[in-house]
Design a protein around this ligand. Structure first.
Ligand SMILES: [Zn+2]
Length: 374
């Protein structure tokens, strides 16, 4: 994570960079804010910046330190986070598994909250905590000299979930921190922290995003999505906004899959129902649905040519695209793309949505039947 990967929050970013450049870094900071704020990404970007050997306005992203920081494997950045407690005798194994899962979580959902972290673990143990043993290990590591960098960073995510004995150990080390060791506590419930911890940390209040910052960012990362409604609902919570968009995409995906299957089977009674449902959608959603259909058709063309772009297709879609590309030849896919574009154009000119959709369904069904590769 680099500062540039986080939308908005310019003032805080400037302050954090300034503290590194001037060398006046508080040895313990608390990044606190409401759920959905970018406190964790900021802490990650800060540690990348601190370790970077060619930093400028941001971490360079290229040096050896950055390449490790960006994968969350820099040996001088330590993490404490709530995790499932190990079965006895399997402590080391569990700790290694937890750390691996944590790195994947940071890579896949950098704006995720504790709920997403817990969900990603598929663990039966939902009462995650930062155990005494985990803290002991970390504190032990901090007493060593840095491995590669000039400083060590200790990021503690959700310190309010620390086991009391772990909190006491932390307090002790905060009183007498080892040299060149910087702590960042990241909390969405700072009110629940021990007053003694609060008094030993410098507070950085992380606000939620403004609607403008949120919509700028979403427009960049999800150019095909209908973001206005999501921005209104999310109220500055980036994590929530991304989850809402995922849900919307899932619904589109399910509808699209059913529709194309019905076209292929020429199930006219189902197609009439689907055309009625389509008719009921507002114009924006009709447009987005067709656009989503187009993106899947395009992926299918790519899949047919043998190069699946894994980056753009999610797992469930990938499976669908693979199966689906089998019933279309490339010229047929191109024809289908043209038909979807035409339908969108006719809708734009206020044609009857039901008629346009039905007509499109019949034509797609014909294409699929005629060009079936068997
Ligand atoms: Zn760098």
């Amino acid at each position: 994570m680099k500062f540039a990967d986080i939308p908005g929050l310019q003032t805080i970013k400037d302050l954090l960079k300034q503290s590194v450049r001037s060398g006046h870094i508080p040895h313990a900071q608390l990044f606190a804010g409401a759920p959905g704020c970018a406190a964790l990404p900021l802490a990650l970007a800060w540690s990348t910046y601190l370790h970077c050997t060619q930093r400028n306005d941001d971490a360079c992203g290229m040096c050896a330190a950055c390449s490790k920081s960006l994968k969350y494997i820099h040996p001088d950045t330590h993490f404490a986070f709530p995790a499932p407690s190990p079965k006895s005798g399997e402590e080391e194994k569990t700790r290694a598994e937890n750390l691996k899962a944590w790195r994947s979580f940071l890579l896949e959902q950098p704006f995720g909250m504790p709920e997403e972290w817990i969900a990603s673990l598929n663990s039966e143990d939902k009462q995650l905590s930062i155990s005494r043993e985990d803290s002991r290990k970390i504190i032990q590591a901090l007493t060593l000299k840095p491995f590669e960098s000039e400083s060590k960073v200790m990021l503690i995510w959700c310190p309010e979930r620390m086991h009391p004995s772990a909190a006491n150990a932390l307090l002790k080390i905060l009183e007498e921190p080892p040299p060149q060791t910087f702590f960042i506590l990241i909390s969405y419930a700072a009110d629940n922290l021990l007053p003694t911890i609060l008094s030993r940390t410098q507070h950085v209040q992380v606000p939620l995003l403004t609607d403008e910052e949120l919509s700028d960012y979403l427009r960049k990362v999800r150019p095909q999505a209908n973001i206005n409604e999501v921005v209104r609902l999310a109220d500055g919570n980036l994590n929530l906004a991304l989850r809402l968009l995922d849900e919307e995409e899932n619904t589109h995906h399910q509808n699209l899959a059913e529709w194309l299957r019905s076209c292929y089977k020429r199930d006219y009674s189902r197609l009439v129902q689907l055309a009625e449902a389509f008719h009921e959608m507002d114009r924006m959603n009709q447009h987005l649905f067709l656009k989503y259909g187009l993106s899947i058709l395009r992926e299918s063309v790519i899949a047919r040519s043998g190069a699946i772009s894994l980056h753009r297709v999610r797992d469930q879609e990938l499976e669908f695209v693979r199966n689906f590309s089998g019933v279309f030849s490339i010229p047929a896919l191109e024809k289908a793309v043209k038909l979807l574009n035409q339908a969108d154009y006719h809708l734009e000119r206020n044609g009857s949505a039901k008629m346009i959709f039905m007509d499109l369904s019949i034509q797609l069904g014909e294409i699929m039947q005629n060009h079936h590769r068997t």
